[in-house]
Design a protein around this ligand. Sequence first.
Ligand SMILES: Cc1cc2nc3c(=O)[nH]c(=O)nc-3n(C[C@H](O)[C@H](O)[C@H](O)COP(=O)(O)OP(=O)(O)OC[C@H]3O[C@@H](n4cnc5c(N)ncnc54)[C@H](O)[C@@H]3O)c2cc1C
Length: 420
Amino acid sequence: MSVIIVGAGIGGLTLALRLHHHGIHCRIYEAVPRIEPLGVGINVLPHAMRELSALGLQAALLDAGIETREMSFYNRYGQFIHSEPRGCFAGYKWPQVSLHRGALQRILVDAVTERLGEDALITGHRFVFGEQNPSYAIACFEVGGGRSRIGEEGRIEEAAAEVLIGCDGIHSAVRKLLHPHPDPLNYSGITMWRGVTRWQPFLSGATMAYAGWLETGKLIVYPIDDQRDSEGRQLINWLVEFFVPPRDPSGDWSQPGRYEDFLPRCEDMRFDWLDVPAFVQAADFVYEYPMVDRDPLPYWSDGRITLLGDAAHPMYPRGSNGAGQAILDACALADELARQYDPLVALQLYDDARRPATAQVVLANRSHPPDAILREVYERTGDKPFERIDDVITRFELKALSEQYKQAAGFDRRTLDANN
Ligand SMILES: Cc1cc2nc3c(=O)[nH]c(=O)nc-3n(C[C@H](O)[C@H](O)[C@H](O)COP(=O)(O)OP(=O)(O)OC[C@H]3O[C@@H](n4cnc5c(N)ncnc54)[C@H](O)[C@@H]3O)c2cc1C
C-alpha cells in the first residue's frame, strides 16, 4: 500500500512513523521549505505518550522536555485551591511530558528521516488540489512558489498513491477539498498571549500552574525543559488569557503580541512563587493567539482521502489536547490501514472511531475546560480572596471536576489502563 501524507506537523510525522512500523510505504509533503522550531510549549498527555513510547521515542522526549509532576490551581491572589499529581506521579503507566513544540517536531522529523530515509519527507510542496479515481488518489503541489501564484514563480507537481491523508493543520487545504462549503473559524471569545522565559524554577520545578480566571485574567505556566543555565534558570512556557470581545480571528500561531494588550491583566499577580509581570516581560518574544475552533464535520473520509489532527478537528488549545488527539488519530489510522485489506474500509473505520471521540473533546473544550475548577471557584467567590478554600468548594467537588475533563478527553486512568 502507498500513502501520501500532506503536512509534516505533529500528526503527519507520527502517522509516517506508525505506518513505517507496519511496513506501509508513505511520503510526507510539507509546504514550508525548511522545518523551523516554531511555536512555544506543548504538553503530551499520558494517552499520547503511550503511542509515542510504543514508537520508541519516550527517552528522547524526556531528554528534550520535562516530566510534569503535578498540576496546581490558584486564584489570582495566589491563594492555593487544589493540586493533583500528573502522569506517572498519578499512577499512570506513561509520563506527562512538557516540551517546546519545535523540540517535539524535531524528534519526530529525526526519527522519520532515520527510519524511512531522507526522501520520505519532501519540503517546499504546498498541497493545492487533489482528486481520486477507483485505483488512486492524486495530489497536486505547488513547488518552490512560496506565496507566489501558480503559473508565476511556482510550478505544479503531481503525486499518486492509494491513500491521501490531510494532516495540514487548522487551515487545511485537504479539508477544503472534501468540504468546500463555508466552514468558518469560531472565535471562543478568549485571546491568549504566549511566550517562553528563562527563569528560576518555581514550586516543584516541574509544576504546571494555573492562576486566576478569564473574566479578570488567567495565567498558565509550566517548565518545558529540565536543564539549568549558569544562573540556575530553566526554560518556562507561559500564557495569559482572558475574554476579549468578538474579533476577526486568523488562526495564525505566529502572530506577534504586544505587552500593552495583556500586561495590565497580570500586573498584580505577584505571588510568593512567581513575580508574574517581571517574569513575562523577560520573554524574548510574545505571540498572540485568539482561540479558535471549527464545528465538528459530518465525515472525514471520502473514498481514498481522509483528514487527521487539526485538519480534521481544530479545537481550542486547552487541556493539552491538540497534539495528543493528532497523535491518537495517527496511530488509529495507521493500525486500521495495517489491519484492513481494503484501504477504503480502513478509512471508514478510522472515521467511525475517531470522529465522535474527537468531537467530544472539541465540545468539552468549549463548555467544560480542564480548568473548570477555576471557573467554579471564581463563580462562588466573585473576584475576591477567600478565607478557607474548604468553605468555598469541597475536595470531592474538586476531584469530580478534574475527572470529568479527563474522561471527555479519554485520558482518565481507568480507561487508559483498560485499553492497554
Ligand atoms: C507554526 C505553528 C506553531 C504552533 N505552536 C503551537 C504552540 O506553541 N502550542 C500548541 O499547543 N500548539 C501549537 N501549534 C498547533 C499544534 O502543533 C497542533 O494543534 C497540534 O500539534 C496538531 O498537529 P497537526 O499535525 O494536526 O497540525 P500542525 O502541527 O499545525 O501541522 C500542520 C502542518 O501542515 C503544514 N501545511 C499546512 N498547509 C499545508 C499544505 N497546503 N500543504 C502541505 N503542508 C501544509 C504546516 O506547515 C504544518 O507543518 C502550532 C502549529 C503551528 C503550525
